[in-house]
Design a protein around this ligand. Sequence first.
Ligand code: LLP
Length: 445
Amino acid sequence: MESLPSQNRNPLPNASLWPLTTSVDHGGRLIIGGCDVAALAQQYGTPLYLFDEVTIRTACRACRTAFAARHRGTTAVHYAGKALLNVAIAQIIADEGLGLDVVSGGELYVALRAGFPPQRIHMHGNAKTRAELEQALAAGIGQIIVDNLDELDMLRRLTANRSSPQPVALRIAPDIAADTHAHIQTGHATSKFGLPLDALDAAAEKLRTASGIRLTGLHAHLGSQLFDIAPYAAAIEVLLDSATRLRDRFGVLIEEINAGGGIGVPYTADQPLPDIDAWAALLGDTLVRGCERRGLPLMRLVIEPGRSIMARAGIALYTIVATKMLPHMRFLHIDGGMGDNIRPALYGARYTAALAERMRDPVEECVAIAGRYCESGDVLIRDLMLPRARVGEILAVPVAGAYTLSMASTYNLAPRPAVVLVNGGEARLIQRRETYEDLIVRDVG
Ligand code: LLP
């Protein structure tokens, strides 16, 4: 071993990309949550998604603790369920005391079936249907985050006869372009999301005559996978200016500022870990000082992280089923790809990977990881250094917990993967693999 380059001696290269409980045993096998990862792949089949319960719970606690410590007022952390939601995950999030953001009737349904307390659920969406709003109102969810004036009109009609008003927040498009992939920017003026600043007065006018609605908060979400936190402070200033305007012109007192989610996580070794404490300090300080400066009462601070709670907790496992040799590189063909992880095809997202049974072997070749789907764009990783990999080996892709399964499809009618939760040496199937029968249950005729 002594003669190997240092990166090959590290038992767990890029440790910050793997779940917190990850280790490598003496035989070079990947261990997560006390479980042998490749053995789980054999047992449950591949593609398989593995989630480390400790990593999820630790991320929840770190976020709640940081915000509670760094803001003088009350705080709430709402997990953005669009990153990943199923019954078991909803129960862990509820158990950790977080709130939950849903963006559809489907996410709301899963949350309620999981027993998530409705009061701790917020509903987002730029195109909520009447049926979805009715579903949210009937469930008694804690807050509806109104995205546009038409939604406000609809909500006003649906709540006309309510005895206790439904709390709502207004999502504002703050006209701040955060530095991230264009597909996941949301705070710029031309975004489809949020109320333009010049529509604030019109919203306030509508709210004047909406006895079934109570405006409690203002919201902005700048985008996702953000490494520069400075724009969050700018967004809070915009929201506080809006709160001031609502107070001065309409006599409305805003109680809560919601700064959205979006904090970035590393997918490859060159990206930094999120500094949740710095994020909390910036948001807390900006809010306290901003309220004081404007003579506004101290407000509650809400945030909505998705990726930073779930991404690192999940790994994807694939079997290498074939290879293709080219003059300067080799394709490794795996049994999953864009059907379970569309992110490389959609955003050019970069990932790394390792062989789950040979974590200590020296890297020998540069390969591309080709998905199984009938699209040339279905290449999960374009330049991966690996030991010389063989057909039948298990490939583990870290940081696969967020926006993978939640965006999965059955393209090519390939069934979606099973999901297993690991903790303390035990593995629990939390979502079974889709079957061929599942693929035709909706077909009529
Ligand atoms: N709040 C709102 C209103 C959002 O729209 C989102 C994400 C979040 C919170 C959570 O953001 P996070 O902390 O997860 O960055 N599919 C893309 C990401 C789309 C994010 C959509 N909104 C991806 O795979 O990168």
